[in-house]
Write a protein that binds this ligand. Structure first.
Ligand code: GFB
Length: 319
């Protein structure tokens, strides 16, 4: 597969759905370097779960390009605790945006999914063709089913209506604008907060969830945004494309790395009442790499950057 540019962003009206979220805001930052007009709508202006509002908004704003980064997201516990929200909200958002994009004549749309679409025990590294070959991880199957439906919507509109709608599947993401709320966050921001609070309160221990043995792959959201722009320009097929860093790490090693960056030197305790989730989900990045894209932000460097921002944010909130 070659990485030739086949689609121009220049001069286009580019709608980023979910621009206040971690992924959407990274896309807005990255698109600022492009010669295009970025279009956004706040939640108060546009409820993406409301079909009529979405149709009216698309008919009025007529975007040429859509990045569908709006989603109900959360870590393992939030996914497990609110299955209805994760399934319903995501299905509604995807269905409304894809249909409105088709009706209003959007030239190209990218749907963003997640590596949890793959079977719990998929062979590693996970290739795109593993989709729908086995049972899902139970803690996040609701979210996964919604994200699989998003891929299928893009494929169906491509097949039936000839729409140029594509899908990208990012691995576990982190970066500026992440959610640091311990009950709903993903592991990386949770560990940053826990290590920072344990250090500042001089606690002898810091608690992690589960056994620490699951392995996860992490990608900085600015790398993801760059990959999305790359694919928007170069990819136009119905199969989704994995976007990862190419490496995974056991959670306990991630804990040590975060503690090292933050400077917490105490003991680690485990809350074994919390789920481990899928044992491993390292994605194969061969497809994207063969087009000529690779990530640039290393994990330690990325964590140090996010920790710096976290301290600034805490200082602002405390001021
Ligand atoms: O990031 P995370 O919440 O989600 O958890 P998943 C990853 C691993 O870190 C699990 C462990 O094995 C957790 O048990 N972990 C250890 C912790 N300490 C903590 C902690 O303090 N907080 C959290 N949150 N985890 C999500 C899915 O799965 O990944 C979503 O639920 C989505 O659907 C997302 O796909 C990317 O990687 O397990």
């Amino acid at each position: 597969m070659t990485g030739e540019v086949i689609f121009a962003l220049e001069g286009k009206r580019v709608y980023v759905a979910g621009h206040r979220g971690m992924v959407g805001s990274a896309l807005v930052r990255r698109l600022a370097a492009e010669n295009c007009t970025i279009v956004t709508a706040s939640r108060a202006e546009l409820d993406l779960k409301d079909q009529a509002s979405v149709r009216t908004w698309f008919a009025r704003e007529t975007p040429d390009v859509v990045f569908l980064a709006a989603a109900k997201v959360g870590g393992i516990l939030a996914n497990d605790s609110y299955p209805a929200d994760f399934l319903y909200d995501n299905l509604m958002i995807e269905a409304n945006v894809v249909e409105a994009a088709y009706r209003s004549g959007v030239e190209k749309l990218m749907f963003l999914g997640s590596s949890c679409i793959y079977p719990k025990l998929a062979p590693q590294p996970i290739v795109e063709a593993s989709l729908l070959t086995g049972a899902l991880e139970p803690t996040n199957e609701w979210y996964a089913v919604a994200k699989i439906a998003g891929i299928k919507l893009c494929q169906a509109y491509r097949r039936q209506h000839g729409c140029d709608f594509i899908s990208a599947m990012p691995t576990n993401l982190y970066g500026p604008g992440d959610n640091f709320d311990l009950a709903s966050s993903h592991v990386l921001p949770a560990l940053i907060r826990k290590a920072h609070e344990a250090k500042t309160s001089e606690s002898p221990t810091m608690e992690i969830w589960g056994t620490g043995t699951p392995r996860r792959e992490f990608l900085h959201v600015d790398d993801l945004a760059d990959a999305c722009i790359f694919l928007m320009r170069r990819y136009s097929q119905d199969e989704h494309v994995n976007v990862g860093s190419g490496d995974d790490i056991p959670i306990i090693e991630l804990v040590k790395l975060v503690c090292d960056v933050v400077g917490f030197k105490g003991e680690i305790s485990q809350d074994l009442s919390k789920p481990d989730g899928t044992p491993r989900k390292l994605m194969s990045g061969d497809k994207l790499q063969s087009m000529g894209w690779t990530p640039t932000i290393g994990l330690r460097e990325g964590i140090a950057d996010v920790y710096g921002r976290f301290i600034e944010q805490e200082a602002r909130l405390g001021a």
